[in-house]
Every structure is written in C-alpha cells, then in structure tokens.
Design a protein around this ligand. Sequence first.
Ligand code: GRF
Length: 194
Amino acid sequence: KKMAIFASGNGSNFQVLIDAIRKGDLQAEVSLLVCDRPGAYVIERAVQEGVSQFVFQPKSYQDKADYETEILGFLKGLEVDLIVLAGYMRLIGPTLLQAYEGKIINIHPSLLPAFPGKDAIGQALAAGVSQTGATVHYVDAGMDTGEIIAQQSVEVLPGESRETLQDKIQQVEHELYPTVVKMLLNGMKEATPL
Ligand code: GRF
C-alpha cells in the first residue's frame, strides 16, 4: 500500500511512520511528502529518507483547486492509496476530498471534538481540563470535524507546562498514528485506478 504524507512543519509524525516501515511494523510505502512550507524541517527528513517531495507555495497558485489539482496528478501517478496528514496546517478542499473520499486521515493533539483548530494544547491548558490527548480522524471539509477513528488520553497535571504537555501528547501520537495507519491499510483494498 502506498501513502502520501502531508506536513507543514517538524515532521516527527512523518518520521515515526517511516521508522515503523523500516522496522517492518508497517507494510507500506511512503510515496510522497507534500509540503506547503518551503524550509520546513520535514523536507530535510524526506531527503534523508529518500522520499520524493512536492514542496509548493500556496500563494503562487490562483486558488486551492489549482494546487490541489497538481497534487492530485502526483497522487494518481504514484497510485497513492491513503493520504496521511501530519501537521499539515491547511484545510483540504473538494478536489482532494472527492478524489480520496474516506481515504484522508489526520492526527490532532486533543480529544476531539474538544479543542479543534489551532493551538489545541494551549486551548486545553487555558480551559483547565484534567485530561486531553490525541485523536486520529477521517478528514472532511471542516476543521478537525471528521469521523473519529481512534483516541488516546493524556493526563494534565497541576502546574503542567506547555512543553511537558506537548511532549506527552507527541509521545502518544507517535504510538497511535503508526498503529492506526497499519489498521486502516490492512482493511483497505488496492487503490482503484483513479
Ligand atoms: C502534531 O501534534 C499533530 O497532532 C498536529 O501537528 C503536530 C505535528 O507535529 N496536527 P510533527 O510535525 O509531526 O512533529
């Protein structure tokens, strides 16, 4: 099975997926990194791992349909089965949603539906909750609104700092995402030619 990973930043989730494949835990291939931020560290990771990249600057396109059509061309060419969003800071538009219906997933650092959108960790701290966590969900047109696939919780300790909470959530993400991707790919037929 083939996946494309979309990321905008550091790419630690990109890395754990690659590592899981290398260890043989995940029988899959990362065919492409799609990155909307030239200079993001995840690009270096892809270079290091020999993963092809499509790096683009959204503002040099007319609109979302314009760059998503280009992305879709690459995904079709590579026969990608699953789109994995890993810190991709952009909503997916109708072009990709229609072509990959039910085949786009995201990981978010909260127990959705709590704290969708930006800075979920800051939101959780500000709300004073005693538990937060990570969620893997299908992607729809909304912001972190798609059907939930799996969640894992993390305790928020009194006086917890942003850094420590973020670390704990990332650790959970790094276990959860490869596990869920494996589960989904196992239950998935080969890509139907688009
Ligand atoms: C993760 O916390 C993920 O939940 C959120 O963005 C972060 C990406 O981290 N959507 P990284 O780039 O994979 O290190």
